[in-house]
Design a protein around this ligand. Structure first.
Ligand SMILES: [Zn+2]
Length: 179
């Protein structure tokens, strides 16, 4: 079942498919809307970034009662910031910025602590990222720590041009969260 969508229209169209199969119980035709997912970024109004569907077990439905999330691909699940901020962070790291500086500049936050958390998430995502790839070249990043060498050499190949769009496209293609 698809979880990431390029635009809200395709997400909505998918959610209204009357014969959607539940990934938990494989039942068909029991999904009901369970409300929109909003995300608030800085001072802007919260924006709709997704939709919850419930595999209903009430009112004549025979589903399992669990919910699934459909998300816009610019949203990184479990991360407050989206693909735009993450893309800037990665682009800065690839161009040689220190982790703390890259994080502050990308997120606008005062503390850079989260930058290291993001790197930990990246490190744990490496097996996922590297699975569909064949070549790695970590030579260009030899001046960084070993973990950063692995992360940056992988990201440099994975996200060749526009980082933000490439992260969204990656989530759509693989249908899993980026990190
Ligand atoms: Zn179900």
């Amino acid at each position: 079942m698809a979880h990431f969508f390029q635009c809200f229209e395709s997400l909505q169209a998918f959610s209204f498919n009357p014969v959607l199969e539940c990934p938990h119980c494989a039942a068909c035709s029991h999904f009901v809307s369970h409300g929109f997912i909003y995300k608030k970024q800085s001072r802007a109004q919260p924006k709709i970034v997704g939709k919850r569907l419930c595999c209903s077990n009430r009112f004549g439905h025979a589903g399992c009662g669990r919910t699934v999330q459909l998300l816009l691909s610019c949203v990184i699940p479990k991360l407050r910031y989206g693909a735009v901020t993450l893309g800037v962070f990665i682009a800065l790291l690839l161009s040689g910025s220190a982790v703390a500086q890259a994080y502050r500049q990308a997120s606008g936050a005062c503390s850079a602590r989260n930058g290291w958390r993001w790197l930990r998430r990246f490190y744990h995502s490496l097996p996922n990222w590297r699975l569909p790839m064949q070549r790695f070249n970590s030579v260009a990043f030899q001046h960084r720590s070993h973990a950063l060498q692995l992360i940056l050499s992988t990201l440099a190949i994975m996200l060749p041009a526009d980082k933000n769009l490439a992260i969204s496209a990656w989530q759509c293609l693989h249908q899993v969260g980026f990190c």
